[in-house]
Design a protein. Structure first.
Length: 378
């Protein structure tokens, strides 16, 4: 480690506060308290022997060859702007703990904030961010509502900034803002003649139109995606076309156009979400054995409450009045809200509303409708 690294003040301060030690107790016998204070505030570059003594007292690892493998994962972490983006790495708790006592301490803090911890706890570390850490920090501030989209976009003007603002607007159920930001992202991608980003922006618009139940607009964008993806014919383009086909199929399914939805979804590459909706199509068409066969096959691959709830319906004719089914549907909504796109939550909401209606829980049903539909047009 370079002793003039910007990480050093972060490491020393974070390690001291984690142990709830005072500056006096850490500096005792090593340096003056004022000297340690200046180190922690990045005002001086300390002598190497003092750094080594402070690190030893705080149990810090300044150099560790085994940690170099983490750098590739960190590159992927900073390159992925969306939480569920393909290729976004997963950091285990033990891995993060080791990082917190190393030169990757600030990176570990940002990762933990992306995993739901409050980003405002990092405010005192702002002076020590490098460029990519600052970008991730600002994204997390926007995501957690600690910064406005206007301020964020005034700082960053690239494709990913508008795409991130669009995703954030979608998460906060502001679909008209989402569409506006995707339009800006699309314009930037077109000027740069970046086909992959053009497809990314078009797909974002398609999802937004799907959530708004604007089927004509969704179909129009799907035709654009199909045209661009077919002309490009790369693996990435085919994947985006597959995603678009899945979303259009899901929207057809929501409208109970089961045959049209099934045709689209059967053309998708295998993945659990598509298999789940194929089963729902067969259920809607009254092909219960085919529906169950799809669910059973997917349950053999992995467990999921989304599969469980479909199977429960298929095996329990009176499911709407059974408490077990109501609990499972509530779990579906919670899982969709916490770990999936907002559209996935809305997709499952009508199934839960059916339960509330069957049990005459009209007040709760109205509350959900007001929260997720009426509010959009205030």
């Amino acid at each position: 480690m370079k002793y003039d690294s910007l990480y050093l003040p972060v490491l020393l301060r974070q390690a001291r506060l984690a142990r709830d030690w005072s500056q006096e107790s850490v500096a005792n016998g090593i340096c003056a308290v004022s000297y340690l204070s200046k180190i922690e505030n990045g005002k001086i570059v300390p002598a190497p022997d003092i750094v080594e003594a402070l690190a030893k007292r705080l149990g810090l690892t300044l150099e560790d060859a085994s940690l170099t493998a983490i750098e590739a994962k960190l590159d992927a972490f900073y390159a992925s702007h969306y939480e569920q983006e393909d290729g976004a790495p997963v950091f285990e708790a033990e891995e993060l703990e080791r990082m917190l006592g190393s030169v990757f301490a600030l990176d570990a803090m940002l990762i933990r904030c992306q995993n739901r911890e409050a980003v405002e706890t990092l405010r005192s570390y702002e002076p020590f961010f490098d460029a990519r850490q600052r970008r991730k920090y600002d994204e997390l501030r926007l995501l957690q509502g600690a910064w406005s989209e206007e301020a964020f976009l005034a700082t960053y003007h690239d494709f990913f900034a508008y795409a991130f603002a669009a995703e954030t607007s979608c998460r906060h159920e502001r679909m008209l803002d989402c569409l506006a930001y995707w339009s800006e992202a699309l314009s930037i991608a077109q000027k740069e003649m970046d086909v992959e980003r053009i497809l990314d922006a078009l797909l974002g618009r398609l999802v937004a139109f799907s959530i708004l139940s604007d089927i004509p607009s969704m179909e129009r964008v799907f035709a654009q995606i199909e045209k661009v993806a077919t002309m490009t014919a790369t693996d990435s383009a085919r994947q985006m076309l597959d995603n678009a086909r899945y979303n259009v199929g899901a929207s057809r399914l929501e409208r109970r156009e089961y045959a049209k939805a099934l045709e689209l979804l059967l053309g998708c590459a295998h993945r659990p979400l598509a298999a789940h909706k194929i089963a729902l199509c067969y259920e809607g068409l009254g092909e219960y054995e085919l529906a169950k066969a799809w669910i059973v096959k997917e349950q053999q691959r992995a467990s999921s409450v989304f599969f469980d709830v479909v199977r429960y319906r298929l095996e329990h004719p009176n499911y709407l009045r059974e408490e077990a089914y109501a609990r499972m549907m509530k779990r579906c909504l919670d899982e969709a809200s916490e770990n999936y796109h907002y559209g996935y939550f809305l997709f499952h909401l009508p199934y839960y509303l059916d339960v509330l209606e069957a049990n005459r829980q009209y007040k709760e049903a109205y509350g959900l409708l007001k929260r997720h539909f009426i509010k959009q047009w205030d």
